[in-house]
Design a protein around this ligand. Sequence first.
Ligand SMILES: *[C@@H]1O[C@H](CO)[C@@H](O)[C@H](O)[C@H]1NC(C)=O
Ligand SMILES: *[C@@H]1O[C@H](CO)[C@@H](O)[C@H](O)[C@H]1NC(C)=O
Ligand SMILES: *[C@@H]1O[C@H](CO)[C@@H](O)[C@H](O)[C@H]1NC(C)=O
Ligand SMILES: *[C@@H]1O[C@H](CO)[C@@H](O)[C@H](O)[C@H]1NC(C)=O
Ligand SMILES: *[C@@H]1O[C@H](CO)[C@@H](O)[C@H](O)[C@H]1NC(C)=O
Length: 286
Amino acid sequence: MFAALLVFAVAASFVVHADEEIMKNLSLVTWAHAVNNKTYLEASLASEVSMLEADIVLGHVTGKDGPPIPIMAHPPATTSDLTLADFMAAVAQYNNVNAKQKGVKLDFKVIDAFEKSQEIIARFSKPEVTFPLWLNADILPGPIKATTKPVDPDKFLELASKHARAVLSVGWTTAHAPNSSEGEYNRDQIGDMLRLLNNHRINQTVTFPLRAGLASNSQPVVLDLLRETKYLNSSMTVWASEDDPIEVERLRALILTVGLERTYVDVPRELSARLKLPTPGLNTKN
Ligand SMILES: *[C@@H]1O[C@H](CO)[C@@H](O)[C@H](O)[C@H]1NC(C)=O
Ligand SMILES: *[C@@H]1O[C@H](CO)[C@@H](O)[C@H](O)[C@H]1NC(C)=O
Ligand SMILES: *[C@@H]1O[C@H](CO)[C@@H](O)[C@H](O)[C@H]1NC(C)=O
Ligand SMILES: *[C@@H]1O[C@H](CO)[C@@H](O)[C@H](O)[C@H]1NC(C)=O
Ligand SMILES: *[C@@H]1O[C@H](CO)[C@@H](O)[C@H](O)[C@H]1NC(C)=O
């Protein structure tokens, strides 16, 4: 009993410390992507990364039938060896026994999957569960005509706002921009997002996933977006695909203007190295 309490106390102090660090150093948060199967989930939990990003669709556990359930898979896949319920249980179990918490970013590809996941998410959005829980969806059409259909924004926000402790990660659909000098987030797209958050009376932490190349072409409107949502402790999450063309200097300027304390950087390792962001703590003033 005593030993158990001691372990708990040590864990709690580590957690607070780790959270504080991350609060001031969002750009230090590291990512595992498409954690959509058991093998990779185990590897990610055993690794140093702080956030596990995973995709949710409705489908079946390989070899089983019955009604479709929320599973970890990226479209067009509809089977997986990992359900959302098992994924969340494994992460929670890891966090119960490890001092350094790992968070999850659940990327919902279709509204049906989100609707059918409510009960599972609710188990982990209770105030006593403390690991970072992000609910992500592209809820608006964005720059560069994407073929993906946005997730129904009203349904998504209505349900997501019931999980008060979850971070809402809401963005725009995009397509791979073959030419980095083209494409930007525009004023109308930003305005649509602000209106949605306002109409749904969103009152929880929000982050905006922005495709790095497009975001760096859109600094003025990105700054507007973040200023208008400061009351939501908003941040941006810049992300890029492996082969996205990026003007590194322009992206670096955006990140430093917004600030490392308001920017999650989720880009390929090679791009991250080229960004040469200042080590926070050594040189935080820009
Ligand atoms: C498991 O997921 C990882 C990361 O998405 C992927 O690279 C790997 O091929 C997957 N393994 C199986 C067996 O699907
Ligand atoms: C982008 O595309 C336009 C025409 O589509 C071309 O003129 C321009 O050179 C391209 N820029 C880059 C950086 O590739
Ligand atoms: C937002 O949530 C906080 C904490 O839950 C609460 O104190 C505040 O009154 C809420 N604000 C609005 C505008 O609902
Ligand atoms: C923003 O952060 C402050 C300070 O941590 C907190 O009191 C408030 O509830 C947060 N509001 C939102 C919407 O996240
Ligand atoms: C950010 O992280 C670095 C490295 O872990 C640390 O030295 C620094 O104190 C942290 N905080 C700020 C505000 O930079």
